[in-house]
Design a protein around this ligand. Structure first.
Ligand SMILES: [Zn+2]
Length: 93
């Protein structure tokens, strides 16, 4: 099984952040982001989707809207670096 298929399988079971996936699959965050972009397209073709639970700023509470998988370092609103990372999960339909 390819790493991307393994990521899909993992995200069917539970939500994971980019950091967690990088640790789990022993690869870089950059690779995980690339994989997630692919996974997003693969799932769409299968009639499923990669659901993105947005990063949330721990300082001001702002949920940061992201369209593509990426790592957010700072809150765009208050510039705080206390940001709970985005989590990804596979949903059917
Ligand atoms: Zn903030």
């Amino acid at each position: 099984m390819t790493r991307r298929e393994e990521i899909i399988r993992e995200l069917e079971l539970r939500s994971r952040s980019i950091d967690e996936l990088a640790r789990l699959f022993q690869c870089t965050r950059r690779e995980v982001v690339e994989d997630l972009k692919h996974v997003q397209r693969t799932l769409r073709a299968r009639g499923r989707r990669l659901c993105v639970l947005p990063p949330v700023c721990r300082s001001c509470g702002e949920a940061i809207n992201i369209k593509k998988p990426k790592n957010i370092k700072r809150c765009p609103k208050c510039r705080s670096s206390h940001v709970a990372p985005a989590r990804f999960v596979v949903k059917s339909g």
